[in-house]
Design a binder for this molecule. Structure first.
Ligand SMILES: Nc1ncnc2c1ncn2[C@@H]1O[C@H](COP(=O)(O)OP(=O)(O)OP(=O)(O)O)[C@@H](O)[C@H]1O
Ligand SMILES: [Mg+2]
Length: 535
């Protein structure tokens, strides 16, 4: 380590963080080394602290001037806070630091050549998502097994580049023959990004029959918890479903439960409930009819049920035409999971689905995926990545846990064992279930301006890196801080621009106001509105 690169000395040590004071002789913060200009104290830049034969790598997380008194003389000195990130031992880089540098250790600025070894730790996998912001020519290499295999969060304010980042990252794996990804696409953005490698399933057209729902999902859809009879309704509803399932599937009668995904006849269940609701029992003495045990207890339930069953927007669930036998279950799974050479990514387009049912559909699709691999003997050879766009909408923190949140929390906790991994995408991380986000091992954090969200994300990362949170509001579009197990150290990365782009591009208001090519036809808007067809 040459004296020319020395910038200061360690003056304080706490676990994970060093304080260092900059050498007094340094008059300018710009330092030229081998023809490149480096800036001392730049947040996110790296320094090296040799301890015996090993070199500790740290990142500048704070830099400030303080009044400093030495031999009774007052002066101002620059103080750096350094987060420890890793160790170079015999030319090899490792994450984590086992030897903490003692006070008085000299601190050196790291130049690009020093860090090449560090950044290329994972080069062997050949998986890179972008270029390092601070080192123009270096690519950011990740360990893709750890990146995709251990739940991943893509966070950032609206317009920071999340959808582009998701597209760009997934495009890099979409080229492989056995890639297996399911995107829950709320705004129908992703088909454009994967023209040759995805299949697009419009949920409103596909049919997702009600009999695939488990009891929790059926309960959420049909039973109002505030109804004083809700407990009775649930018990009776459950028993009737089980008996209808047994009647329609005699071969499985001994093994099936209310949650087994086999056909049952909702109309038949409804008819029985209507009967209970109006049942009158004639007494033995003939002293007039007495009300049955469930008389009037289902009136509100039936109103709710009928309003769902008769709503055309829900027809794809409650009035299936194709999936009206248990034997069709495998056909539906074939559509979702039967990836071919051409479609390694299934895009579940939820844009045409009524908002109040998105929750239930997400739960159903996520649970089908989890259960599919749970029962798949070759699950270790069939790992699936589930992408949840706009996750704050249906995986909220606080409040009563919805079916979707419970399902995804379960996948977050147990999915790894069954080869199901989650990618959580959100512009409001503070509003996403903490149980889910805290299970993520890797974070791609784009520009994040809301202080509540920044604080929340800071808590999710280890204390050592919370200083980096301050850089989040100043990131450029498509620039991210990547933190987690899949990278050698926290990195600021300019994510490669996706090719092609998802259809999420910023609308150029000014240009369009000056001249737009397509005219808006009002009768066409009205027609689509009436028929619930989005363009
Ligand atoms: N890697 C990138 N490099 C350069 N520009 C980018 C990059 N990623 C995104 N952008 C720009 O940012 C715009 C918005 O990106 P994107 O739609 O991905 O944002 P978003 O975070 O998904 O927004 P929203 O929260 O509203 O869905 C894009 O139209 C593009 O111009
Ligand atoms: Mg988006």
């Amino acid at each position: 380590m040459t004296e020319q690169k020395r910038i200061g000395v360690v003056t304080g040590v706490t676990s994970g963080i060093l304080t260092a004071v900059m050498d007094q002789e340094i008059k300018t913060l710009a330092l030229e080394l081998n023809g490149k200009l480096y800036y001392i104290g730049q947040i996110g830049s790296y320094v090296l602290v040799p301890v015996g034969k090993i070199i500790v790598v740290a990142m500048v997380s704070e830099f400030k001037k303080i009044d400093f008194s030495e031999n009774g003389k007052l002066s101002q000195r620059c103080i750096m806070e350094l987060s420890l990130v890793g160790t170079v031992k015999a030319g090899r880089y490792e994450r984590g630091v086992s030897v903490i540098p003692p006070v008085d250790s000299p601190v050196f600025i790291a130049e690009d050549a020093d860090l090449t070894a560090v950044f290329s730790v994972f080069r062997k996998y050949g998986f890179s998502v972008g270029t390092l912001s601070l080192f123009e020519r270096e690519r950011a290499y990740l360990d893709p097994n750890k990146f995709f295999g251990k739940h991943l969060a893509i966070l950032g304010s609206s317009g920071s580049g999340k959808s582009c980042t998701v597209s760009s990252i997934l495009q890099k794996v979409a080229v492989y023959p056995d890639t297996n990804i399911i995107i829950l696409d709320i705004h129908n953005e992703y088909s454009n990004a994967f023209p040759a490698t995805s299949q697009h399933l419009n949920i409103a057209e596909l049919e997702l029959p009600y009999w695939l729902m488990n009891l929790a999902e059926l309960q959420e859809t049909f039973i109002d918890d505030r109804d004083e009879n809700s407990a009775t309704q649930l018990t009776v509803f459950k028993d009737l479903i089980v008996s209808s399932k047994k009647g329609k599937n005699p071969g499985l009668a001994d093994v099936l439960t209310v949650d087994t995904p086999v056909y049952f006849d909702l109309a038949e269940v409804r008819a029985k409930i209507q009967y209970y609701d109006t049942e009158k029992i004639t007494g033995l003495t003939g002293s007039g009819a007495k009300e049955g045990p469930f008389y009037g207890k289902f009136t509100r339930f039936l109103v709710r049920l009928d309003s769902r069953l008769n709503d055309p927007r829900y027809a794809f669930m409650f009035k299936p035409k194709e999936f009206i036998q248990s034997s069709t279950f495998k056909d539906l799974l074939g559509k979702i999971f039967g990836h071919t050479q051409e479609s390694r990514i299934t895009i579940m387009d939820l844009s045409g689905v009524p908002f109040d049912i998105v929750n239930t559909i997400v739960s159903l699709l996520a649970r089908l995926t989890f259960d599919f691999n749970f029962w798949n003997a070759s699950r270790r050879d069939f790992p699936i990545l589930l992408v949840f766009e706009e996750a704050h909408n249906y995986l909220p923190s606080g409040g009563v846990a919805s079916a979707a949140r419970r399902t995804v929390e379960r996948i977050a906790k147990e999915g790894r064992k069954y080869g199901v991994s989650c990618m959580i995408v959100s512009q409001r991380p503070a509003e996403v279930s903490e149980t889910i986000l805290s299970q993520c091992n890797n974070f791609v954090i784009l520009r994040l301006t809301n202080p509540v969200d920044q604080g929340y994300v800071g808590k999710l990362m280890s204390d050592t890196f919370s200083g980096l949170i301050d850089t989040l509001p100043s990131l450029r579009q498509g620039e991210a801080l990547i933190v987690g197990e899949a990278i050698p150290m926290p990195l600021r990365v300019q994510i490669d621009f996706p090719d092609p782009e998802p259809s999420s591009a910023d609308i150029k208001f000014f240009d369009k106001w000056k001249q737009s090519e397509v005219r808006t036809e009002i009768p066409d808007v009205v027609n689509r509105w009436w028929h619930q067809q989005r363009g």
